[in-house]
Design a protein. Structure first.
Length: 384
């Protein structure tokens, strides 16, 4: 099977902060091991040289990635590679891919992977647009473009049951019948970030929590900041907050300055340490290994989180709000609705060794089926 994997890299200078790139870097070699001939069309190649590379230009903004697919380049790429399957990791680009296939005279299946959903649903079934995609009211247009992309795909892959339910509901509202196109294929865990729980020592009365998510406003960072103050004041806890972006370009700051504002506020909070892996996965592993538990993001539209999986594969229990995929995936004893509940859970992880070790083992076990080989098998079955 010849697979053309179209990958949009949002920040090629900070690849460690790009979950889509990490996904491809784990998955493409595993697909190759399983017998597929894979070409990754991307601004940067994946690490395995067996995976063919077709260089592309990175879109300058998140909206260009959705509304400017570059038809001329697509047609040329498809004519050169003659794929049997085209993977659209930007769902909104699927109609343009279908048109490019027609123009190139290539009959290929289009598989869309929903890495990101530009919407979420409340507990009462209300559809909410993701504010990250709603600058100047563009959210509704993005949603419609997403629905059009779903209609153009032959296969649609999602991370989780939550993502499947939300995608099905949103497509139905737009008049798109997904039929039997939808498949559940979770993302692979990073093989470099796996630790046997038997090697873990529980905290001895004081624990370090790690928050390793993007500090955008729409990730609920203000909500996390409020909780961070409570945790360090009312529980035997210290926190490490990851600076995933470093110095961003003026263009990105102009589009959304919230990460810099939140980082400055957290850096002045007693009991909170700001850390950076500097794009080094070994340094990142060491930072995770130096922590005792993780904290999930407060983003309502969270269909999956690479950072949560990173922590769990390292045997770190993750505490999180009872919402979206988090409520589906995280152990019920570690979910909270209020800051008070979160403080009690963190304090127990810090002081109750038996409770801690039970949840360290459960965290690790929750990622056992996410090895690249297992995920690649499910992926290939879905796109046949």
């Amino acid at each position: 099977m010849r697979v053309l994997y179209l990958l949009n890299v949002s920040n090629s200078s900070q690849l460690s902060a790009d979950s889509g790139y990490t996904f491809a870097d784990m998955l493409a070699p595993a697909l190759t091991d399983a017998g597929a001939e894979v070409t990754v069309a991307s601004p940067v190649p994946v690490g395995d040289t067996r995976v063919h590379f077709a260089p592309t230009t990175s879109p300058s903004t998140k909206y260009r990635a959705r509304f400017d697919p570059g038809m001329d380049a697509l047609v040329t790429l498809i004519r050169n590679r003659r794929p049997e399957v085209v993977v659209a990791n930007q769902i909104e680009a699927a109609p343009a891919i279908r048109a490019a296939l027609l123009e190139a005279g290539v009959d290929a299946l289009i598989a869309g992977y929903c890495h990101y959903l530009p919407f979420s649903f409340t507990d009462t079934g209300v559809l909410e647009l993701d504010p990250a995609m709603n600058d100047r009211g563009l959210g509704r247009s993005v949603l419609l473009a997403f629905a059009a992309g779903l209609a153009a795909c032959d296969r649609i892959l999602v991370h989780s049951s939550t993502a499947a339910a939300w995608t099905t509901a949103a497509s139905a509202r737009a008049g798109v019948d997904l039929g039997d196109k939808l498949h559940l294929v979770p993302a692979p865990r990073d093989v470099r970030l796996v630790r046997d729980p038997a090697d873990i020592t529980p905290p001895e009365g004081r624990a370090t929590g790690i928050y390793n998510h993007r500090l955008y406003k729409h990730y609920g960072t203000a909500r996390f900041t409020r909780l961070a103050r409570r945790l360090v004041a009312d529980a035997p806890v210290r926190l490490t907050v990851m600076d995933l972006f470093g110095t961003r370009s003026p263009e990105r700051i102009r589009l959304d300055p919230s990460p810099e504002r939140h980082l400055e506020e957290l850096a002045t909070t007693d009991g909170v340490t700001i850390a950076s892996d500097r794009g080094d996965r070994i340094r990142y592993r060491n930072l995770l290994a130096g922590a005792h538990f993780g904290i999930a993001p407060f983003r309502p539209g969270c269909p999956w989180s690479m950072s949560v999986i990173d922590c769990q594969a390292m045997g770190l229990p993750v505490i999180g709000p009872r919402t979206g995929w988090l409520a589906e995936h995280i152990d019920d004893e570690l979910l909270f609705d209020t800051d008070e509940q979160a403080v009690r859970i963190a304090a127990r992880l810090a002081t109750d060794a038996e409770f801690y070790l039970v949840h360290a083992k459960r965290a690790y076990a929750s990622t056992a089926d996410l090895t690249p080989a297992v995920v690649a098998t499910r992926y290939l079955e879905a796109i046949k």
